[in-house]
Design a protein around this ligand. Sequence first.
Ligand SMILES: Nc1nc2c(c(=O)[nH]1)N[C@H]1C(S)=C(S)[C@@H](COP(=O)(O)O)O[C@H]1N2
Ligand SMILES: [Mo]
Length: 214
Amino acid sequence: MIKKILVFVLVIFFIGCIQKPITLDEIEIRDYEGQKLSSVEDFRENSIKGPQYIDKENYNLEISGLVENPRMYSYDEVIKDNRHYQQVVTLDCVEGWSVTIFWEGVLVKDVIEQADPLQNATTVIFYAYDGYTTSFPLEYIMDNEIIMAYEMNNVTLPPERGFPFQLVAQSKWGYKWIKWITKIELSDNPDYEGYWEKRGYSKTGNLNESFFDR
Ligand SMILES: Nc1nc2c(c(=O)[nH]1)N[C@H]1C(S)=C(S)[C@@H](COP(=O)(O)O)O[C@H]1N2
Ligand SMILES: [Mo]
């Protein structure tokens, strides 16, 4: 009997020891399923106020506006409470450079749905730590698999690349790929204009269209 209990306790103990591996050194991957990737270093830093350094411990992501239950999430909550998605997507800047990266993130729609959007919400406005903003029709977020990335090429987003989250706005120009996201607001104003949109860039930001609309 004693022996059985001892074996039982030992088994439980060993199960407890089998945990997720701990990544010691984050090593960037440079190809994915045969496709060559760009490097985290290949970006040109041209953000409106330069790199932003966000402290993970004091960070909150706010979901507000036309929602039934406005929410605040910590960095860990965003990552732990949502399913993870990976995809290779190319970011094309209007300045003529591009980078192809293996992204990992959470679906924006999963994050928004927990706040229960109201019927009259038509628009999703993203805000960033540096004052940058951009917006999308709600359908773009809901009908596509749009992620907010926390890793690129298997490494945590560096501060320069938008830590904690950058929007992977597939099929949109780079200026729609907002970094350092702090707030997601649901709105009924389809005419909202973000930072570059106010300065004449197209509101849709579709890659297959010209980005300058006036
Ligand atoms: N918060 C914030 N996000 C931003 C920008 C910015 O200035 N501030 N620049 C945008 C532009 S114009 C591009 S091309 C991409 C480039 O990403 P990178 O700065 O990581 O290269 O970020 C976008 N996201
Ligand atoms: Mo850009």
